[in-house]
Design a protein around this ligand. Structure first.
Ligand code: APR
Ligand code: PHB
Length: 389
């Protein structure tokens, strides 16, 4: 096979890039390790920045999001029983959209089907070659047979455990990492949301988040030790812990409905530089991971895709290489700011085992500052709704 851009991975990064490039008349081949059913069954975050909303519309996949998503004007933060409202709309003029990443992925698949693009599932042993030649190629095994796609560019959209990042020699790569000593236990449950907007709650028992998908489906989380196993968390144990961490007026409204999904995800901040190696570019989780506090994961993938599709269109249509040359620097500038925001929100909202009383006072002071200073709230709002692309 021959294509202009070989895309490794059919998560949101790979599918959105493929969609935008094909819409501009650029040919792609997407190579995905898992089955389509598996990709579509993954439950991930559910908050889209407005820049992401607009990019999805540009990609032609905005219709269901606009019909079924919920624009939110703000969110709540709590510290024990005290609540502060961050009014994004008033502070920044912008909103965010509540619409699950699982739905975004489904919409992208449907749009790719309608355009007749090539997505190959079940590929094994992907290897990327000749990244410093005029033409590169990607090899893979499908049904026991070794195959090859020749291309001008490779987009590494294959997530944290993919092959693209590891194709860059170690002496070229620089990695930055912070692993947090806790994870998030998440449940999906068919019960109405507890408030009109999300609640990020801190308490002496740890962090909890009340999120939602629709009028009768919630996504809630509690901070748990990394050593905990899902099997140790009955629904009753989850709800009891969740209630302890929410402010009383919210906790009183909790209905302990059964969970329909339950999983634990570790929290990590990670960046690998550079994002360009010869003809290959890293996009989304293959290059960076954020902790979910602040919901930046999918939104950062979207801004990477925005920069890269512009760069690739300029290179492949007009021979203008300035965008591809500048991609890494341009994308990293925004990535680092989202890293800072999600790290700060994680450290101020979670309890660290064995933390000293000074740390607790710093958390309380941060919360107090948010309560009393509009400037502090605006800073949080500006980052939460997403810095401009
Ligand atoms: N070959 C082919 N495909 C691969 C390989 C490989 N060696 N390794 C991984 N993949 C596929 C995975 O199966 C997955 O479908 O790459 C895809 C990567 O998708 P994601 O992990 O979802 O990463 P990305 O598309 O960058 O999405 C950004 O936003 O909310 C966050 O972390 C969340 O998934 C989310 C991310
Ligand atoms: C979610 O709805 O899954 C969600 C929302 C906000 C976050 C993280 C996850 O910060």
């Amino acid at each position: 096979m021959k294509t202009q851009v070989a895309i490794i991975g059919a998560g949101p990064s790979g599918l959105l890039l493929s969609q935008l490039l094909n819409k501009s008349g650029i040919d792609t081949v997407v190579l995905e390790r898992s089955s389509r059913e598996h990709v579509l069954s993954r439950i991930r975050a559910g908050i889209l920045e407005w820049g992401t909303v607009e990019l999805l519309r540009e990609a032609g996949v905005g219709a269901r999001m606009d019909a079924e998503g919920y624009p939110h004007d703000g969110c709540y933060l709590s510290n024990d029983d005290e609540i502060v409202h961050i009014n994004f709309k008033e502070l920044t003029g912008k909103q965010v959209m509540v619409y699950g990443q699982t739905e975004v992925t489904a919409d992208l698949y449907n749009a790719q089907d309608a355009m007749g693009t090539t997505i190959v599932h079940g590929v094994e042993d992907v290897k990327i070659h000749d990244l410093h030649e005029a033409e590169s190629y990607v090899e893979y095994t499908l049904d026991g047979e070794r195959k090859r796609v020749t291309c001008a560019y490779v987009a590494g959209c294959d997530g944290f455990h993919g092959v693209s990042r590891k194709t860059i020699p170690e002496d070229v790569r620089q990695e930055f990492e912070r692993v947090y000593p806790f994870g998030w236990l998440g449940i999906l449950s068919e019960t109405p949301p507890l408030a009109d907007e999300l609640i990020y709650a801190n308490s002496e028992h740890g962090f909890a988040l009340a999120s939602m998908r629709n009028e009768n489906l919630v996504r809630h989380y509690v901070q748990v030790p990394l050593t905990d196993k899902v099997e140790e968390w009955s629904d009753e144990r989850f709800w009891t812990e969740f209630k302890k961490r929410m402010p009383k007026e919210i906790a009183d409204k909790v209905i302990m409905a059964p969970s329909i999904e339950k999983s634990i995800a570790p929290l990590r901040s990670f960046v690998s530089e550079p994002l360009k190696y010869g003809n290959m570019f890293l996009v989304g989780d293959s290059a960076h991971i954020v902790p979910p506090t602040g919901a930046k994961g999918l939104n950062l993938a979207a801004s990477d895709v925005f920069y890269l599709k512009n760069a690739l269109i300029a290179a492949l249509k007009d021979g203008d290489l300035s965008g591809v040359e500048g991609y890494s620097e341009q994308a990293l500038a925004r990535i680092w700011k989202a890293m800072r925001f999600s790290w700060q929100m994680t450290t101020t909202m979670h309890q660290f085992e064995g933390e000293d009383s000074f740390t607790t006072q710093m958390r309380n002071a941060t919360f107090d500052h948010l309560k009393t200073s509009e400037t502090a709230r605006r800073d949080l709002a500006e980052n939460y709704i997403g810095l401009p692309f």
